[in-house]
Design a protein around this ligand. Structure first.
Ligand code: PMP
Ligand code: GLN
Length: 388
């Protein structure tokens, strides 16, 4: 038989699946893969359930239900002051994962250079490469994860088609501030590049910080593409409802990709997501403050156990340096060790790099979007293990 596509068949299984399987095998408390214990807002689930029983469960419009596209545009106005034409500038996708693939396949021409920021979410690189893009990686360094401006500027050139980045950022929980975003925007304007902005954690942001959408910066309205996810904003990660916002021109090729990638997304879930995006401001601020309380609990407890805990300004995750515990091994060894020996699972941060050689090997990511009882159990198990 002829070989399958070499790039895709050469990939390993994603770290989330690997660590969740190991957690199941060892009945460990799974603080690896990022998914909330919470059921999500009842109004959102009820809207989806009612639509499922009573609504029109046939192909929705290719761009998405008008109600959801309108809600995405209203939400962008409410939180980012953006004026979005819901008919031509909003596309509903099956999760942010599909949104990312639609943008990359829709925008990249083979041979184009694509700037990416490590550590990066694990779906980015395979899709960039499969689309024929040439990755130009810029690395943030722990523990501050500051943007290395000179390196970033050097990564841009005449062949740069786009930069793809994520804020608030998984796994390192960095939030890009306005100045950093303006610096990136300047490079995009200078090199006539797009900015594909993965903003799935836009509402999961702490300590009074505010999410700034690149699309709202001067000169970026028509260059930036904004990606959101109902999974993150409504604690419903299994739903896989995402949305892309882009100018009419940029949207054209993204939507063409979507039409042959999935074409549509389940209409009842779209209806539920529309209900969610219209929830009042209190819902969104409570989501952030609840997550912040959980971050504080887990970060403090891990520090007491002996980890060095890195700052976490947003997302579901806290990154820790386990070297002070005296563990001699890689991050993969550590995450496997605590799963098997302590009954708690985390994710090795080196999984978020193109190659492990370039990655830090002393960091483990813990997820805190869990019930208090889950977090307490994890902490109890870890402290028992490390005080032996
Ligand atoms: N981007 C980032 C940074 C994520 O953490 C996730 C979470 N899985 C996604 C994209 C994908 O989101 P979705 O589940 O909506 O496909
Ligand atoms: N975004 C989630 C994480 O970083 C997991 C997504 C997935 O399992 N594909 O943990």
């Amino acid at each position: 038989m002829k070989p399958a596509n070499s790039l895709m068949s050469g990939l390993g299984t994603t770290v989330f699946e690997v660590m969740s399987a190991l957690a199941r095998e060892h009945q460990s408390v799974n603080l690896g893969q990022g998914f909330p214990d919470d059921k999500g807002p009842e109004a959102v689930r009820a809207a989806a359930a009612t639509f499922l029983l009573e609504g029109h469960n046939q192909y929705p419009p290719m761009m998405g239900l008008p109600e959801l596209r309108q809600a995405v545009a209203e939400h962008a106005k409410r939180f980012q002051g953006l004026d979005i034409d819901w008919q031509s500038e909003v596309l509903v996708t099956s999760g942010a994962t599909e949104a990312l693939a639609d943008c990359l396949f829709g925008l990249i021409e083979p041979g184009d250079e694509v700037v990416l920021v490590e550590p990066l979410y694990d779906s980015y690189l395979p899709i960039v490469r499969r689309a024929g893009g040439i990755p130009k990686l810029v690395r943030l360094q722990p523990p501050a994860w500051d943007l290395p401006r000179e390196e970033l500027a050097a990564a841009f050139g005449p062949r740069t088609k786009l930069i793809l980045f994520n804020t608030p950022m998984n796994p390192c929980s960095k939030v890009f501030d306005r100045e950093e975003l303006e610096f990136i925007a300047g490079l995009c304007r200078q090199h006539d590049a797009y900015a594909v902005c993965d903003e799935v954690y836009e509402h999961i942001i702490f300590d009074g910080r505010r999410h700034v959408s690149m699309m709202g910066l001067p000169g970026m309205r028509d260059r930036a593409v904004r990606i959101g996810s109902a999974g993150k904003s409504f604690s419903l990660t299994g739903w896989k409802v995402g949305y892309v916002t882009a100018s009419r021109e940029v949207m054209k090729s993204i939507a063409k990709t979507h039409q042959f990638m999935t074409f549509t997304t389940p209409p009842n879930l779209q209806w539920g997501a529309a209900t969610g995006l219209r929830l009042d401001d209190a819902y969104f601020s409570t989501l952030a403050s609840d997550m912040q309380t959980k971050r504080d609990f887990l970060a403090n407890a891990l520090e007491k156990i002996g980890f060095d805990v890195l700052p976490a300004h947003g997302t579901y995750f806290v990154t820790t340096d386990f070297r002070p515990l005296g563990f001699n091994g890689t991050d993969e060894d550590f995450c496997r060790h605590i799963t098997v020996e302590a009954g708690v699972t985390a994710v090795p941060v080196s999984a978020f790099y193109d190659t492990v050689d370039a990655a830090p090997r002393h960091l483990a990511r813990f997820c805190f979007c869990k019930h208090d009882s889950t977090l307490e159990q994890a902490v109890e198990r870890l402290s028992k293990h490390f005080t032996k």
